[in-house]
Design a protein around this ligand. Structure first.
Ligand SMILES: NC(=O)c1c(N)nc(OC2CCCC2)nc1O[C@@H]1CCC[C@@H]1O
Length: 326
């Protein structure tokens, strides 16, 4: 790049980061994940290091106290919080079933769970006491949002047993709370949230947890991270254990003996989802047996023993989601 191009690039990166920081701070309607913000920020720092003579004094990197922190300290997840591969129709699920049957001889059962459309979190308990809550972030590094999660009523301060355990789940905003919040914001002339997921994310990113406390967030816990330390052998037992410990799990779940049965269950859920008081964006299908999970293994980002069936986007939903409401 010649000098002019570098200057243009520096200007554009600054524009983007300032816009995102503005959405994040002033309107708590972030439109990008922090991981993306941090990545673009690093891009700007790298370009400025290569062209120090072109760094302008009002660059976002020149702010007092260095980089525009996201206000939360970083947390390294002991065990990465993985993502899920997607399936969009019955054929994808049948291919998933065929694929993994080549990787293990253990007879397969599937644990089928609703895919809650919220913000993935990790809760750390030490000797049964809630010690730390964090966002998923990029799967390895998340943000410490303990103070905000402390205001969420469905997260117990103490477990029924004095366990040291990391559990994962989804923090979400019930539909009724989302509608009420947007009505309030509209009356106050503030931006409305595009969907409950953004509302939950914005509520958990509050630097003032008194604001989070008013947002009526809730959780569904779906995973014990360090299952080896516990006598769990299946996902089904894990979910029952989470219930026993006092953590809120989603009871709309079913153990299926075949991918055919999984598909029948999915079809039965397709219409029910509009009655639920929380948004789901699909169904998560997991191999139930933990030994089979280990044999089937993982890709870099996602387990090979799980898949998310994504609902076909409905016309109305698509239009709503496409509107840039922020
Ligand atoms: N959103 C969900 O309801 C959900 C679920 N019910 N179960 C899992 O299982 C994890 C464990 C192994 C890989 C995914 N993940 C879920 O959501 C995750 C959070 C981040 C990516 C997926 O959306």
């Amino acid at each position: 790049m010649d000098k002019e191009q570098v200057k243009t690039e520096l200007f554009e990166l600054n524009q983007k980061l300032n816009q995102w920081a503005k959405e994040y701070y002033e309107k708590d309607t972030p439109t990008v994940e922090d991981a993306e913000y941090d990545q673009v920020y690093r891009q700007l720092v790298t370009l400025e290091e290569a062209h120090p003579e072109l760094v302008s004094s009002d660059s976002i990197t020149q702010r007092i106290g260095g980089e525009v922190s996201t206000g939360f300290t970083k947390v390294q997840h002991q065990i990465p919080m993985m993502s899920l591969g997607n399936a969009f129709n019955k054929e994808d699920l049948i291919n998933f079933d065929k694929r993994i049957k080549k990787l293990t001889d253990i007879p397969l059962e599937y644990m089928v769970e609703l895919k809650i459309d919220g913000l993935a979190i990790n809760l750390r308990y030490e000797n049964g006491k809630f010690m730390q809550g964090a966002t998923r972030g990029d799967g390895t590094i998340g943000e410490d949002i303990t103070n905000n999660l402390n205001t969420v009523k469905s997260i117990p301060k103490k477990l029924a047993e004095p366990l040291t355990i990391d559990v994962r789940g989804e923090c979400y905003m019930p539909k009724k709370s989302f509608i009420a919040l947007n009505e309030k914001r509209e009356e106050a002339g503030e931006n409305v949230f595009a969907n409950p997921r953004n509302a939950a994310a914005g509520s958990l990113r509050q630097l003032d947890s008194k604001v989070t406390a008013e947002r009526n967030l809730s959780t569904f816990i779906y995973n014990i991270a360090d299952t080896d330390n516990f006598m769990m052998t299946t996902q089904s037992d894990s979910l029952d254990k989470l219930d026993e410990l006092g953590l809120k799990t989603n009871h709309q779940r079913k153990l299926c003996a075949s991918i055919e049965e999984v598909w029948e269950y999915i079809e039965s859920l397709l219409d029910q989802r509009h009655e639920l008081d929380y948004e789901i964006d699909g169904i998560v299908i997991k191999v139930n047996d933990f030994n089979a999970q280990q044999e089937i293994g993982f890709t870099v980002k996602a387990p090979k023993w799980a898949i998310a069936y994504k609902f076909p986007a409905e016309e109305a939903e698509t239009i709503v989601r496409d509107i840039e409401w922020t």
